[in-house]
Ligand binder design. Structure first.
Ligand SMILES: C[S@@+](CC[C@H](N)C(=O)[O-])C[C@H]1O[C@@H](n2cnc3c(N)ncnc32)[C@H](O)[C@@H]1O
Length: 274
């Protein structure tokens, strides 16, 4: 029997095998796995040889395909250096490409002066089916950049060749594939930032949930979401905050290290007011 809306401390490779054995499936796997950049998570998961890294990514992506619901999606954060390999593995595993997005930030930091400062991290979305998947386009619209073009009417031809006047969508412009959110560095984010070395911003993860989580007939997010590399628990925190607004997300996070799981638990308790 699996419990939702909680973090599990342990090796997700082992737990995911159990999910496969017991037929437990998810609508969305939204994860930020080790990038293999020698970060110190308290284990060697980020310090593998390229061969070992690719082997383990391949094994995981195959397992994740098995635990995705028929119309489910996998969102996977990666890094410039290796994202090409991961994308190929996803194609080879039989998942279907939806998009490669860029998480863009201007407040990056680097001591390295021999190459340009990193200002983005890519993330991939692949779906299990090539026919049907979730993308809640209206939930992630953004404000129009300029009102200049609204001053004079803009016309276009519809699919029947008829001339129509373009009117802006009251919900905003469609999101592009470059998503701008600052990293959690500096004083501005001191309240949100924990000691986890690669904590993701809640604003970014919440927006991803809004984009890819299925909704029920009442327009509430109602789906199952897994993060097998939960770190400080950002995915759980964002789901809990949405659930407080009346959504019905069932989430599971898995984190190898007790140290990060403890931080996750504190964050979740805080959201729940416990
Ligand atoms: C990039 S971090 C995730 C950070 C997270 N998104 C956050 O906002 O805090 C990856 C995490 O995966 C954990 N990890 C590595 N191997 C794991 C495994 N086999 N099972 C579960 N967690 C693992 C690491 O300890 C690390 O905390």
């Amino acid at each position: 029997m699996i419990e939702y809306n909680r973090n599990y401390v342990g090796d997700s490779d082992i737990l995911v095998k159990k999910f496969i054995k017991n037929g437990i499936k998810f609508d969305l796997i939204l994860t930020d796995p080790p990038y293999n950049l020698n970060k110190d998570f308290g284990n060697n998961s980020d310090c593998l040889s390229l061969d070992e890294f690719l082997k383990i990514c391949k094994k995981r992506i195959k397992m994740y395909k098995e635990i995705l619901n028929d119309y489910g999606s996998l969102v996977w954060f990666g890094i410039h250096k290796y994202i090409g390999y991961i994308q190929v593995i996803m194609y080879e595993t039989g998942l279907y490409y939806r998009t490669m997005n860029i998480w863009y930030y201007e407040n990056g930091f680097s001591r390295n002066k021999t190459s340009p400062l990193g200002q983005y991290e890519p993330f991939l979305t692949f779906s299990k089916s090539n026919k049907k998947w979730t993308y809640n386009v209206d939930d992630v619209r953004i404000p129009y950049k300029s009102t200049e073009r609204l001053k004079t009417p803009v016309y276009y031809r519809n699919k029947n060749g008829e001339k129509c006047e373009w009117v802006p969508n009251p919900k905003g412009a469609m999101r592009g594939d470059v998503w701008e959110y600052p990293t959690l560095s500096g004083k501005a984010f001191a309240k949100e930032k924990t000691s986890h070395p690669t904590q993701k911003p809640e604003a970014l993860i919440t927006e991803l949930i809004k984009a890819y989580c299925p909704k029920n007939a009442d327009g509430k997010y109602e789906g199952t979401i897994l993060d097998p590399f939960h770190g400080s628990g950002t995915l759980g925190v964002c789901c809990e905050k949405l659930n407080k607004q009346g959504h019905k997300i069932k989430w599971i996070g898995i984190e190898l290290e007790k140290k990060w799981s403890d931080i996750c638990e504190d964050r979740i308790k805080q959201v729940r007011g416990e």
